[in-house]
Design a protein around this ligand. Structure first.
Ligand code: ATP
Ligand code: MG
Ligand code: FE
Length: 362
């Protein structure tokens, strides 16, 4: 099926088009530049930017893919979670298109779409390195984004997914953004830390790995309450203390070393707990997704640890990690192919849509 996907949950206006598991186009317009001076996304500015960007982004996507709106078999839109006003723009646009064209509309979970994008195949000349899994049973998904850090089990992507573990405080992307601010690296922090960390020594400082002590982990037989959970707020505080100590001593702050050591702590604990959860649930295939999945060290270390554990890790190309419309189209196409009923046009966007709900029922 030819599916058009619309994304507007945060500061990216995205329209993507897929045919089955083949990506035709992924067109994204970001209002990031307008938020930089505030050091974070301002919801009202993001909503207005979506209004301005939607029609040009849609037209660009259709022209890049060489398809007409009439050729499309279904429309998919992010209905949550995200910023309420931002979601509203994409949802209203999608409903209008669905009514005008008579096409079925699917209300899609943004978080499931972040990992579902890994089901696209080697579109555009092996962009996806040709390893899209044919939906193996007992599929795992590691979602590491700006607002979420979760390890999921997906028995069927069209049915409800199961949450195995998650962060109990900050999301990994949030920690990157906060630590970047502490280090004076600006916004968004993830890409900045990733870059500067390459010149630092990750072993120079040992930052805490949250919830890794035996009392939280327990054993395989008697798992602790937070065996597969993460915590990043203590790590953020440890970085702030570390910077203060250098300042108090009047020493120059070793930004690259701190960034590298912080990144190592995040990536170490994410990858080790994800692999543990997969091993203990017999999971052999894992989809990696979310904005932080663009992180070079997370991709490297998680890849190595999965390989040692005999787990196949499916990593999307960089431009499909952060928010985009192709991921929404990709998950929408899976639902169409599985014969799932469309959502109709009466649903409302849900800013706190739980990850366990893949799409909204009619
Ligand atoms: P959610 O998907 O949970 O609703 P979001 O949509 O705001 O949140 P994403 O777009 O998935 O988040 O990801 C944005 C986050 O990814 C930001 O926190 C950003 O700093 C982080 N990020 C992007 N690139 C990298 C990178 N190379 N290394 C680390 N973090 C990164
Ligand atoms: Mg964004
Ligand atoms: Fe996102």
């Amino acid at each position: 099926p030819l599916v058009l996907g619309i994304e507007s949950s945060c500061d990216e206006t995205g329209v993507g088009i897929v045919r089955g598991t083949t990506l035709l186009t992924n067109t994204v317009s970001s209002s990031m530049d307008e938020h930089v001076r505030f050091g974070g996304v301002i919801p009202e500015i993001a909503s207005r930017a979506h209004l301005d960007a939607f029609v040009p982004t849609l037209e660009q996507a259709l022209s890049d893919a060489g398809v007409a709106l009439d050729d499309v078999d279904a429309i998919a839109v992010t209905s949550g979670p995200g910023l309420a006003g931002a979601l509203m723009v994409g949802v209203c646009a999608a409903k209008a298109l669905a009514v005008a064209t008579g096409k079925p509309l699917y209300a899609i979970n943004h978080l499931v779409a972040h990992v579902g994008v890994g089901l696209l195949d080697g579109a555009g000349g092996g962009r996806h390195n040709g390893t899209a899994p044919q939906l193996p049973e007992n599929l795992g998904a590691l979602l590491v984004s700006g607002g979420h850090t979760e390890i999921l089990r997906i028995n069927s992507i069209t049915e409800d997914v199961q949450l195995l573990g998650s962060t109990i405080d900050d999301a990994a992307g949030e920690a990157y953004d906060k630590v970047a601010r502490i280090l004076g690296l600006g916004y968004p922090g993830g890409p900045a830390i990733d870059k500067v960390a390459r010149t630092g020594n990750p072993k120079s400082i040992r930052f805490p790995r949250g919830l890794s002590q035996p009392k939280f982990m327990g054993t395989a037989e008697e798992p602790g309450r937070h065996r597969y959970d993460w915590s990043f707020s203590g790590l953020k505080t440890a970085v702030a203390r570390c910077v203060e100590q250098f300042e108090a001593r009047g020493e120059e702050i070793p930004v690259a070393d701190i960034a590298a050591a912080f990144q190592e702590a995040v990536v170490d604990v994410i990858s080790s707990k994800a692999v543990l959860a997969c091993r203990e649930h017999g999971i052999k295939d894992v989809l990696l997704g979310g904005g932080v999945a663009a992180n070079s060290r997370l991709r490297e270390l998680t890849g190595q640890r999965c390989a040692s554990a005999g787990i196949r890790l499916h990593v999307p190309p960089l431009d499909l990690c952060t928010d985009n419309g192709a991921m929404v189209a990709a998950l929408g196409a899976q639902l169409v192919m599985a014969g799932v009923e469309p959502s109709g046009i009466r649903f409302a966007p849900d800013s706190s849509m739980p990850v366990t709900s893949v799409s909204l029922p009619a």
